[in-house]
Design a protein around this ligand. Structure first.
Ligand SMILES: *Cc1c(COP(=O)(O)O)cnc(C)c1O
Length: 408
């Protein structure tokens, strides 16, 4: 057996026999596209015309002065269309779907961001679109469901299991098995069976390519450290890839939730709570019990609340190339508050995890050091979650009044 798609012991493609030819077709198309210089050109053209790329590398002057340590720069993935780096992945996969001549896309979504991004791509390229979402998440994330439906997607609430993300992934695979001839499954992060981890990180590498060029143009030298939050791992791999061969320290920040000692977190690589296993078609560190049952995870940031992690990152953890840390919910809210007040930047709760670790380390570095924080997404579109995290009493009043208007 050829061990395709392994990163040392992590990765692989543990898929049902019936899907093997579909995965082969996808991999062949991806390899062809990757070799074709015209494809990357087409991809970057779409990204610049439709999604504001290249995104700026912003000097955070006030935060730099405040922490009085290293220079702090922020890579602005929040300025992508639909508000996060997820656009990079879905638009890239959309172009591959066009090349394969398929007419329908499906996707799983937890918090709904990947669902909205996929539905947007489908609207733009004229694909039929079905989004699988746990019933619990459908209830929790109504604003995103609203947008997916307006964009023309069919949102199917999944009532199996715990009715959350992992159950939505299972349903999406079930759909794919039935409809693989005309359907592509747009996986949302650098996880799942090969070639998804490689393919998703390839599209996200546009972040790192730009960031490296920009920091060299602005500062004439490379940063000392680069910080990114880690859910599945796609925004982190995207920015890290630009610096992986350089003498630059790479720091991934996972969801520490209510604290690593409470068990209520989603830290796979920065805690001792995860172990190696095979699930959802690939091998990595999962938060699972001794019987391989997935544990409950928790984070204030829905996008980081996931039991597995990219096999590429699991390997970079093992080799020591990437350092993993975690940030708790309360640290995240504090860092978010600070970046809003000091810099006028409104990072998503996910991205704010990277800010936490950068803020801890910046004061210990000198002004000759540069650090880059990847702001993976914007927080203003998450007003419901952010307002809840801040426990703003006037926001609660507003929601209650709104509800009363509907009752009247
Ligand atoms: C989905 C999401 C993440 C987590 O996904 P990765 O694959 O780990 O990048 C992080 N930040 C934002 C803003 C997101 O929407």
């Amino acid at each position: 057996m050829i061990k395709r798609g392994y990163y040392e012991e992590f990765g692989g493609a543990y898929i049902p026999e019936i899907l093997v030819s579909t995965f082969d077709e996808l991999e062949v198309e991806f390899r062809k596209a990757k070799k074709d210089p015209g494809f990357w050109q087409e991809y970057s053209d779409v990204m610049s015309n439709y999604s504001c790329r290249p995104t700026p590398l912003t000097f955070a002057e006030n935060l730099t002065r405040y922490f009085d340590g290293s220079k702090i720069y922020v890579k602005r993935e929040d300025l992508n269309h639909t508000g996060a780096h997820k656009a990079n992945n879905v638009m890239g996969q959309g172009l591959l779907v066009k090349r394969m001549g398929k007419k329908r896309v499906i996707a799983e979504t937890g918090a709904g961001q990947h669902g909205v991004a996929t539905a947007t791509m489908a609207a733009k390229f004229g694909f039929e679109c079905t989004i699988y979402m746990g019933e619990v998440d459908v209830r929790r994330q109504r604003p995103n469901v609203f947008w997916m439906e307006r964009l023309g997607a069919e949102v199917i609430p999944v009532t199996e299991g715990s009715r959350i993300l992992k159950d939505a992934i299972n349903e999406a695979f079930r759909d794919w098995v039935t409809n693989m001839d005309n359907t592509h499954y747009v996986l949302g992060t650098a996880c799942g069976p090969h070639p998804f981890p490689e393919m998703v990180s390839y599209f996200q590498s546009i972040i790192g390519k730009e960031a490296r060029k920009q920091v060299l143009e602005i500062e004439g030298k490379l940063p000392s450290r680069v910080y990114a939050c880690v859910g599945g791992g796609s925004n982190a791999l995207g920015i890290f890839s630009g610096f992986i061969d350089d003498d630059v320290e790479l720091v991934g920040v996972e969801a520490g939730g209510k604290g690593l000692d409470t068990g209520m977190h989603a830290s796979r690589l920065s805690s001792d709570d995860a172990s190696i296993g095979v699930a959802q078609g690939y091998k990595t560190y999962f938060l699972q019990d001794d019987d391989g049952q997935m544990k409950e995870t928790h984070s204030v940031a829905a996008g980081l609340d996931y039991v597995g992690v990219s096999p590429i990152l699991a390997n970079l953890n093992e080799s020591g190339r990437v350092r993993f840390e975690s940030a708790t919910d309360s640290e995240v809210v504090e860092a978010l508050s600070l970046s809003i007040k000091k810099e006028g930047l409104i990072p998503a709760l996910e991205s704010a995890h990277a800010f936490v670790q950068a803020f801890k380390e910046a004061p210990k570095l000198s002004i000759d050091d540069i650090i880059i924080i990847n702001q993976s997404g914007r927080g203003d579109k998450d007003i419901f979650t952010v307002a809840d995290a801040f426990e703003d009493p006037k926001w609660k009043e507003f929601i209650i009044e709104k509800a009363e208007e509907y009752h009247a």
